[in-house]
Write a protein that binds this ligand. Structure first.
Ligand code: NAP
Length: 288
């Protein structure tokens, strides 16, 4: 029940109507019985600074950050964690006595299902499709796992070079290489982990897939095919990879785990991950 003592959490983005975060966070809040509510805030980019000042004024406890604010919010915060600085993006903010503190829980979310596999990653090559915001968290995650090589594939050579350049002061630069899409036939047979960070195949483009039929056939059996997309589940890419003998992971668990990590930071208590996951399953089953 929302009362006079209820504290505010939320998510900022533009647009925000598609966000699944209110579903899973309010399910978690209900499960924990804490006096909070989690709200969506549609903030246009030119109002970001005012919105943060407004949040300060109304005493909002913390919030999630999604597109297009993940980079733009960084200079507006008092402190940014080393992981968020390395990725160059913030997805979770909370209020401290010193001001707003930002971090990024996407790496933790991305890694959660991979860590459960308890593999030795030291000889692994990760191939990452796309070089946008999510790819940055995936690169940091693959380095954290201990992958031997991280190969990022993109369609725009200027953006790819910029992506490579942005890691030059990090130890990750030693593991990282960038490649044109045409290089995939050579890269795919060596991939132990193949991650789709492009939106190709996302609802309503359910019949689209980032790889051609012959590229998919180049995958070795046992390769982990990981799609960050969570609608549809599974994507056509994951279905095809599975037919090829790959192990498929969709993006829902990443979404749940990055949210659980954020909730834990705001409430300073363990998040009910199972309830959060179930709330999204129920919601998506009804919607799609
Ligand atoms: P983004 O910053 O816009 O990056 C998208 C990347 O995909 C860019 O490199 C873009 O290339 C590339 N791309 C787009 N369309 C393409 C096409 N037709 N062919 C080749 N490359 C294409 O977006 P993002 O924030 O990284 O998000 C990417 C995806 O990850 C989305 O589907 C999002 O829903 C998902 N995601 C999931 C989670 C989760 O928790 N599961 C978290 C974050 C993101 P250009 O740079 O050349 O345009």
């Amino acid at each position: 029940m929302i009362t006079g003592t209820t504290q505010l959490l939320g998510v900022i983005g533009y647009p925000i109507a598609h966000s699944l975060s209110p579903v899973m966070h309010n399910a978690a809040i209900a499960e924990l019985g804490v006096d909070f509510v989690y709200l969506p805030f549609a903030i246009v980019p030119e109002h970001l600074k005012q919105a943060i000042q407004g949040f300060e004024a109304i005493g909002l406890r913390g919030f999630s950050v999604t597109i297009p604010h993940k980079q733009a919010i960084m200079p507006l915060l008092s402190e940014v964690s080393p992981v968020a600085q390395a990725i160059g993006a913030v997805n979770t903010v909370w209020r401290t006595e010193q001001g707003w503190f930002g971090t990024n829980t996407d790496v933790e979310g991305f890694l959660a299902p991979l860590r459960r596999m308890q593999r030795d990653w030291s000889q692994s090559t990760a191939v990452i499709l796309g070089n946008g915001g999510a790819a940055r968290a995936v690169v940091a995650g693959c380095a954290d796992l201990g992958c031997r090589q991280i190969q990022v594939v993109g369609r725009n050579s200027e953006k790819l070079q910029g992506f490579l350049q942005s890691w030059q002061t990090s130890p990750i630069a030693d593991l990282l290489s960038v490649h044109a899409w045409e290089g995939l036939p050579k890269l795919l047979p060596e991939a132990s982990l193949l991650v789709n960070t492009t939106p190709i195949g996302m609802h309503p483009q359910d019949q689209a897939t980032p790889l051609t039929a012959s590229e998919i056939q180049a995958l070795a059996a046992g390769t982990i095919a990981y799609d960050l997309i969570y609608t549809p589940r599974p994507t056509l890419f994951l279905q095809q990879a599975q037919q090829q003998g790959a192990v498929a992971l969709d993006g829902l668990e990443m979404l749940v785990q990055q949210g659980a990590a954020a909730l834990q930071l705001w409430l300073q208590q363990p998040a009910p991950v199972d309830v959060m996951r179930q709330s999204l399953w129920n919601y998506l089953d009804r919607k799609f």
